[in-house]
Design a protein around this ligand. Structure first.
Ligand code: NDP
Length: 268
């Protein structure tokens, strides 16, 4: 029987994960199927159970279910425990459900290896306090930036994360007036809704990297960044492919090549 995997989210129809995993499977000769599952809001656990009972071997988890996925795991990797968010679940043969987060590794690999931007000693601004933001804080700090500031629409959610990561600073968008950063990362769901977080015009230091985790379209954040001094503007496609490779490794024990897949998407 062919092993089944899926991405669960809401919305999920935009997800490129099925194409990426099909390509990884072809490249590594793995017999597997990967599908999209639209779970109702508040219905993640039910959709997950249904897929597992139908023979699923593991899932990726996307917006807005990463915190639900954390609670559905019966075991977690240390990085998932730290982030309190899970983007990959593996159904083990002993009945346990392993939760991991590969978003942070994916983001850092894309920024450092694919885009060639060294994060050491950089002033980083991270927007958002949902599952994606929580998953990337640890790996960003591992790069030893000069500082990491977190802002969120509901500022209390950002401030709460300072308890887990005492070396970051956190606040509201209003706290950004007159401040600028070398790297600005949009880990909010704003681009999904064609919205722009309320950033001040001065937020980008000259030549800064502006990184939107959203992919597949030129977002309002990317347009704002180009108009306000960013030197390099990137979407989240590279992160998506890199985090997918880490999930594939967890499920199948093989790490696929990401470069040909990224090239395929960029030229499509
Ligand atoms: P969550 O639903 O967990 O969190 C959403 C976050 O976005 C919250 O912090 C929320 O703030 C904030 N937000 C939503 N709308 C706005 C807005 N209009 N202005 C400002 N802030 C807003 O989602 P995830 O963290 O799972 O995902 C966030 C985004 O990252 C999604 O677009 C997702 O597609 C993308 N992503 C991409 C990946 C990739 O590989 N490229 C990997 C992971 C995520 P509040 O707390 O106030 O509600």
């Amino acid at each position: 029987m062919v092993d089944r995997y899926a991405v669960i989210g809401n919305p999920v129809e935009h997800s490129k994960s099925p194409l990426i995993h099909a390509e990884f499977a072809r490249q590594t000769g793995q017999a597997m199927l990967y599908e999209r599952i639209l779970a109702p809001l508040g219905g993640f656990a039910g959709s997950l159970k249904q897929f597992r009972l139908a023979g699923g071997r593991g899932v990726n988890v996307t917006v807005p279910f990463k915190e639900d996925a954390y609670h559905c795991a019966t075991r977690r990797t240390p990085r998932a425990t730290l982030a309190q968010a899970v983007n990959t679940l593996k159904f083990e043969d002993d009945g346990s459900v392993l939760g991991d987060t590969t978003d942070g590794l994916g983001l850092v690999r894309d920024i450092v290896s694919n885009l060639g931007v060294n994060l050491r000693d950089q002033r980083i601004l991270l927007m958002g306090a949902g599952g994606a933001a929580r998953g990337v804080i640890g790996p960003l700090l591992d790069q030893v930036p000069a500082s990491l500031m977190l802002v969120n629409r509901s500022a209390d959610r950002a401030l709460a994360l300072c308890a887990t990561f005492p070396i970051i600073s956190a606040g509201a968008y209003a706290d950004l007036a007159e401040r600028s950063f070398d790297v600005v990362i949009n880990a909010t769901a704003s681009s999904l809704n064609n919205e722009l977080p309320p950033l001040p015009d001065s937020v980008f230091a000259p030549g800064a990297l502006a990184y939107d985790m959203m992919y597949g379209r030129d977002t309002l954040f990317m347009q704002f960044a180009r108009a306000h001094g960013a030197g390099l503007v990137a979407d989240g496609l590279g992160m998506l492919v890199e985090q997918a490779a880490e999930s594939f490794l967890l499920w199948r024990g093989l790490r696929p090549e990401t470069e040909p897949v990224l090239k395929m998407f960029r030229t499509a």
